[in-house]
Design a protein around this ligand. Structure first.
Ligand code: SF4
Length: 445
C-alpha cells in the first residue's frame, strides 16, 4: 500500500540534497513524498547543528509534530542530520516519541532501517560510512530535476576550526569518485538541469585519486563546461586554503563558471583567525581576491563572518570592518559567536552581549550598503537571468542573476529553464525587478 513521507529540512544545501536523496531511496519501499505534514506515515526532521540552540529546536519541533498527530496514528518519527549525529541514542532518552536516529553518513541504510522498523523497535545509526553512502546513492536515480540542481561531490572536514561542529558531525573529508559525479550530472542534465551547483563542506578540497591520477574540482568544472545544455556552474562552500591555482585558472578558461565566489573568511584580524584555527591569513585571502579580480573584474565575493569571537578586541573588529569596506562583499552572512558543545571554543569567555550586538549591527549595516550599492548599479542594465520558476499565484517568473540575486519579472512558463536578458528597473536589497529585454530575446515572452 502507498505510504507518505514528509521531510522537514533545516540548514544548508547539503541537507537539502540529502533530503532529496532520502525521498529517492524510500520510494523503493512505497513511501511517496508528501507536502502535507499533517497526514503522513513517516515524518523526518533533517537537522542542522550550525546555528545556536540547534538541539533544543529539534525537541521543540518534535513537540509540534506530537500535537499535530494527537488524534491520529503516530507517524514513524525520524531524526536525521547533524543533530542526530551529535546526539545519537541520547535522543531516545530525552524524547521517546523518536523512533529512528540516523546520521548524515548513514542514509544509504535508511531503507533497511525502515524495513526493520517493526514492533516499534527503536534504531540508531551514526557511523561515518561516507564511501558506502556515495556508492549506494549512485544506484538510486536523483529525481531532483530542477533548473538549478545540487550535487554533493565531497563531505566532511579535516580543518577543525575551533568554533565548528562539522568535523564531528560529518566526519573526515571524503570525495566522491569522479565518474560517479559525472554520471549523476548527466542524469540531472537529461532531466532538465541548466545549472549545476557542486556541494561540499569544503567543496574546493575535492580530491579523488584513480589510477595514480588526482581529480580535483577544476577537473570537474572543465568536464561540466563541455555539456552544451548546461548554462551555469557554481560550487559552495569553499575554504581559502584550498583556492589552488588550477581552480583560480578556471575563472579564465570557463565560460559557465559564475563570477561569484562565496569564500568564508570569518574575521578580518589575523589574531582572531589564528585563535579560530582557520589556517589562512587576511593577506592570503586578499591575494586570492586580487588574483580573481585581475582575471575578471566582474567577479564578486561573498563571505561568512563570526562577530565577537572570544578575544576579539575593538581593533580586531575594526580590521573586519575595514576588510568589508575594501572587498565590498555582497550576499554575506554574519552572526555573533555562539559556542557549540564539543568544540574547542565551547568554553571560552564570551564578549559582552551589548558590545556584540553593536558590532553585529555595524557590520550588517556595511554589508547591506554593499548589497544595495551592487543592486542599484544594475538599474537600467540588461542582465543575464536563468529562469527557475513561476511565482505561485502570480503571472511572474523568478530567476537568478550571476550573483545569485532573485530577479522577478513578467513572463510565460515556457521561459523556465532559459537564460534571458532582463532589463532591471527597480531593486531593493534582496531582489531585482524588471522586464524581458525584447530585442535580445525575440522568441521569449
Ligand atoms: S573549514 Fe568550515 S566546515 Fe571545516 S571546521 Fe572550519 S568552518 Fe567547519
Amino acid at each position: 500500500m502507498e505510504k507518505k513521507i514528509f521531510i522537514k529540512t533545516f540548514g544548508c544545501q547539503m541537507n537539502e540534497y540529502d533530503s532529496n536523496r532520502i525521498y529517492d531511496s524510500v520510494k523503493k519501499l512505497g513511501f511517496l513524498k508528501s507536502n502535507d505534514q499533517e497526514k503522513v506515515d513517516c515524518y523526518v526532521l533533517n537537522t542542522c547543528h550550525i546555528r545556536d540552540k540547534a538541539k533544543e529546536k529539534v525537541y521543540h519541533e518534535i513537540g509540534r509534530v506530537k500535537k499535530l498527530y494527537k488524534q491520529k496514528a503516530k507517524p514513524i518519527m525520524i531524526v536525521a542530520g547533524c543533530v542526530a549525529q551529535a546526539e545519537n541514542e541520547e535522543m531516545f532518552k530525552r524524547e521517546p516519541y523518536i523512533d529512528i536516529v540516523i546520521g548524515p553518513q548513514s542514509y544509504h541504510k535508511i531503507n533497511d532501517i525502515l524495513k526493520k522498523f517493526v514492533n516499534n523497535q527503536k534504531q540508531e545509526e551514526t557511523d561515518f560510512d561516507t564511501v558506502n553512502k556515495f556508492n549506494y546513492f549512485e544506484r538510486v536515480e536523483n529525481k531532483n530535476s530542477s533548473v538549478s540542481a545540487f550535487i554533493t561531490i565531497q563531505e566532511g572536514c579535516d580543518k577543525f576550526c575551533h568554533f565548528c561542529v562539522v568535523p564531528y558531525t560529518r566526519g573526515p573529508e571524503c570525495s566522491r569518485p569522479f565518474n560517479q559525479i559525472i554520471n549523476e550530472v548527466e542524469k540531472l542534465i537529461e532531466n532538465g538541469a541548466k545549472e549545476i551547483v557542486l556541494l561540499g563542506q569544503n567543496v574546493n578540497a575535492y580530491s579523488y585519486m584513480e589510477s595514480s591520477k588526482e581529480y580535483r574540482i577544476s577537473n570537474l568544472i572543465n568536464k561540466l563546461e563541455s555539456y552544451s545544455e548546461l548554462k551555469r556552474i557554481r560550487y559552495t562552500t569553499s575554504h581559502p586554503r584550498d583556492m589552488t591555482d588550477d581552480l583560480i585558472d578556471c575563472y579564465s578558461t570557463s565560460k559557465k563558471l559564475m563570477p561569484f565566489v562565496h569564500l568564508p573568511i570569518q574575521s578580518g584580524s589575523n589574531k582572531i583567525l589564528k585563535l579560530m584555527n582557520r589556517k589562512h591569513t587576511v593577506e592570503t585571502y586578499i591575494d586570492i581576491y586580487e588574483r580573481l579580480k585581475k582575471i575578471n573584474s566582474a567577479i564578486e565575493f561573498s563571505s561568512d563572518f563570526i562577530i565577537s569571537y572570544p578575544g576579539e578586541s575593538e581593533d580586531d573588529f575594526n580590521d573586519t570592518l575595514d576588510l568589508v569596506k575594501k572587498i565590498r562583499f555582497i550576499n554575506s552572512f554574519s552572526f555573533i559567536f555562539s559556542p557549540r558543545p564539543g568544540t574547542k571554543a565551547a568554553n571560552l569567555n564570551l564578549i559582552d552581549k551589548e558590545i556584540s550586538k553593536e558590532r553585529l549591527l555595524k557590520i550588517q549595516e556595511h554589508l547591506s550598503k554593499n548589497q544595495l550599492r551592487m543592486n542599484e548599479s544594475l538599474i537600467n542594465k540588461s542582465i543575464d537571468v536563468l529562469v527557475e520558476n513561476k511565482i505561485d499565484g502570480q503571472s511572474k517568473l523568478f530567476g537568478r542573476n550571476m550573483y545569485m540575486n532573485s530577479v522577478i519579472f513578467n513572463g510565460e512558463i515556457k521561459n523556465i529553464g532559459k537564460e534571458l536578458k532582463i532589463k532591471i528597473d527597480k531593486v531593493n536589497k534582496n531582489s531585482l525587478f524588471g522586464e524581458i529585454e525584447k530585442k535580445n530575446n525575440k522568441r521569449a515572452a
